[in-house]
Design a binder for this molecule. Structure first.
Ligand code: UDP
Ligand code: MG
Length: 323
């Protein structure tokens, strides 16, 4: 018996931050590939507070292609916010997310769509190579991924933001109320029937990567703490370790006192003060980080603010479907 294949509109979400050079190429390449494969589609560019001509380029593309739309943030809110804004805007039966610099090969969108047609609800792009990067970046990324994989219990080492999600998965994600959503991990966490498509990260043709070492560290800390409470348990663990050491030292000191040789060991006292002091500071810092997170979540501010939208004329029949 022939399997019933799903068909439907695919929304392609492209976060863009200072990508004036990449936007026209992305629109042209992606619409070309998807039209040729006979997949009805819409493109949603999310301008994440770019300081260059990105928004003008997006407006030009939306004037040229009826299936291209644009959303402009009032300032830079970060890639995660841009992805969620795109998901909220998507009218498709499935939605794909890929980098606007085309480091995620757009040909793979067709493979992802075919898997979706066969009933998979989450299709993950899995990196087989990280592309050309400087060694420091590779090291930072490796450290980050082993930390987050350990903290979340999800293997993130080859994960990327290149994904295709069924409407159900999209709706589940946008219904989540947490402000610091970590798309890459959350889209695995929600479950659903999942397939994987391997891809090699392409070299960046235009502009440069937006990640500085500082922003990577911030990204790592934000995402680990928003996805996992493991660092808080680390505080307890450190407490236990210090307690065991202090019991041992306590016994030793008492023994010294009992045998009348108690004056020695002033260096030990100084060292102990320093070590315990710094461990306490670190622990307070970790707890403080989570308190700050609670504070931010409880303020219930929006994840992003949309300043302007463009494109999405409904009279063309292409992007007809509403959610
Ligand atoms: N991006 C974004 N907001 C940001 C930083 C990046 O929307 O604050 C977008 C960027 O335009 C690109 C994607 O996220 O489409 C990936 O960024 P980038 O290429 O700089 O990262 P890399 O590929 O080096 O990991
Ligand atoms: Mg890139």
């Amino acid at each position: 018996m022939q399997e019933q294949l799903k068909t439907g509109l695919m929304s392609v979400i492209l976060p863009a931050y200072n990508e004036e050079g990449s936007v026209p190429r992305a629109a042209q390449v992606i619409t070309g590939i998807l039209s040729q494969a006979g997949i009805s589609h819409e493109l949603i560019f999310v301008n994440d507070g770019s300081r260059d001509q990105t928004w003008d380029r997006i407006q030009e593309q939306s004037a040229q292609y009826p299936q291209v739309r644009g959303v402009k943030f009032s300032r830079n809110f970060g890639k995660e916010a841009a992805i969620f804004a795109g998901l909220a805007q998507a009218r498709g039966d499935c939605a794909a997310v890929l980098d606007c610099d085309l480091q995620h090969p757009p040909e793979k969108l067709v493979d992802m769509y075919r898997l979706w047609q066969h009933g998979y609800q989450v299709v993950e792009g899995v990196k087989i190579s990280r592309g050309r990067e400087n060694p420091l970046h590779t090291f930072a990324a490796k450290t980050f991924y082993s930390a987050i994989s350990g903290a979340t219990g999800i293997d993130m080492s080859r994960a990327s933001d290149f994904k295709l999600l069924d409407r159900k998965a999209v709706d589940t994600l946008i219904a989540m109320r947490e402000k610091h959503a970590f798309f890459r991990a959350l889209s695995s966490w929600i479950g659903f029937s999942t397939a994987q498509v391997e891809f090699a990260v392409q070299p960046r043709l235009e502009g440069e990567s937006k990640w500085s070492l500082r922003s990577l560290i911030k990204y790592a800390l934000t995402n680990i703490t928003s996805f996992s409470a493991a660092p808080l348990q680390l505080v307890t663990l450190m407490g236990v370790v210090v307690f065991i050491c202090s019991v041992a030292l306590g016994v030793f000191c008492l023994w010294q006192w009992a045998t009348g040789q108690a004056l020695e060991g002033f260096t030990t006292v100084i060292l102990l003060q320093l070590i315990i002091g710094s461990i306490l500071m670190i622990c307070l810092g970790i707890i403080g980080y989570y308190v700050a997170k609670i504070y931010e979540e409880i303020k219930d501010r929006p994840r992003y603010i949309v300043a302007e939208e463009c494109g999405g004329r409904r009279d063309d029949g292409q992007a007809e479907k509403t959610v």
